[in-house]
Design a protein around this ligand. Structure first.
Ligand code: TTP
Ligand code: MG
Length: 355
């Protein structure tokens, strides 16, 4: 039987919480961000700040340039976590099958609730209303018959949106979607797609499965399906992720340590941000690389304390890279993963006091 999946995502989450708790921030461009040792990035920006071009993961100094009169605030993770727990409690009233993706978003399977008199859309509206009543924050929802379409839908009418993708409009929606907006198409894949002339879902649709496999290897089939609205509706209800990793595939073979290390440092920053969003820390760092002939090599080490700061992770990744990389052999891919994850304790949370 076809499933009904709702994806709910809070609007400008950290920034909206700050505006909720500080009336003088309301209506103003609010930028929430931090500094980890020597560099800081934007965690999120209010919709007012986004008009200036400020967005998540942008260096703070770029944000300052774009929006010098913005209100800059440090994240208060303890508050966001508390809000998140309340929101998740509301989800649990509707369904036991929930897959949280981060503090502010989750998938819910609500198939069992849908009837002739109660549409999936009306259930989504009820949930959004209940969230607002409980924590005074707005959210957006997407409803569809699989996960990735629900996620696309929730982003279509932000903020305060409720959007349904059904069999009647799915192809139209996917055709007009920018290629970078497909879930699972990261920056590197997006660049490669564009270099092949694939700018939109329509362009992707026109590629054969065989050609996509030729260009994108194992991911070809999934891209082919994504262009056609086919995806899984099975929620993964695992409570805590076992590892968090990021990797980059280069478009060419590369052997320059300084360039590779710069990419590795960026990947550490992304892993760190991902850990922040889930309020996790990890003790084992793994660096993996693949050589030209797709041979994989990896090395890992365990840190004495749980890590989550970008610079700390890079400190280990740097050593591991030099252990695993052979100087004369160029590589095609580099990745870094943190495993042995645990929830952050209050003790290591206090480091945010110094942000
Ligand atoms: P998102 O849901 O991606 O963004 P958002 O809720 O701020 O805005 P939108 O209305 O577009 O959904 O992320 C949720 C929170 O996670 C966000 O408020 C801050 C944090 N976050 C980071 O710390 N770094 C990041 O790169 C991203 C994308 C989010
Ligand atoms: Mg959000």
């Amino acid at each position: 039987m076809e499933r009904r999946i709702i994806h709910i995502d809070m609007d400008a989450f950290y920034a909206q919480v700050e505006q909720r708790d500080e009336p003088k921030y309301r209506g103003k461009p609010v930028i929430v961000g931090g500094r980890s040792e020597n560099r800081g990035v934007v965690a999120t920006a209010s919709y007012e700040a986004r008009k200036f071009g400020v967005h998540s993961a942008m260096p703070m100094r770029t944000a300052y340039k774009l929006c010098p009169d913005g209100v800059y605030v440090r994240p208060r993770f303890d508050v966001y976590k508390e809000v998140s727990a309340k929101v998740m409690d509301i989800f649990l009233k509707y369904s036991e099958v929930i897959e949280p993706l981060s503090l502010d978003e989750a998938y819910l399977d609500i198939t069992h609730l849908v009837s002739k008199d109660r549409t999936a859309r009306s259930i989504a509206l009820e949930i959004q209303h209940e969230i607002y009543e409980a924590v005074h924050l707005t959210s957006s929802s997407g409803i569809s018959y699989n996960k990735y379409l629900a996620k696309i839908a929730s982003g279509m009418n932000k903020p305060k949106g409720t959007t349904v993708i059904h069999h009647g409009n799915v192809q139209e929606v996917l055709f007009s979607l920018k290629i970078g907006d497909f879930p699972g198409v990261g920056r590197v894949t997006e660049e490669k797609m564009k270099s092949l002339g694939i700018m939109t879902g329509k362009d992707l649709y026109e590629w054969s499965e065989a050609d996509l496999i030729f260009e994108f290897k194992k991911r070809g089939t999934s891209l082919y399906k994504k262009a056609r609205g086919i995806g899984t509706s099975e929620l993964s209800v695992e409570r805590i992720r076992k590892s968090i990793g990021k990797e980059t595939t280069f478009n060419y073979d590369i052997n320059e340590d300084d360039i590779i290390l710069k990419v590795l440092e960026e990947l550490c920053g992304k892993v760190s941000m991902n850990l922040d969003r889930r309020q996790l820390a990890g003790r084992v760092v793994t660096v993996k690389l693949k050589t030209l002939n797709f041979e994989a090599h990896s090395r890992q080490m365990m840190a004495p304390n749980p890590l989550f700061e970008s610079d700390e992770i890079f400190h280990y990744a740097y050593d591991l890279y030099h252990k695993v990389k052979s100087p004369e052999e160029p590589i095609r891919l580099i990745g870094v993963t943190l495993s042995h994850l645990e929830e952050r304790t209050y003790r290591n949370l206090t480091i945010y006091d110094f942000l």
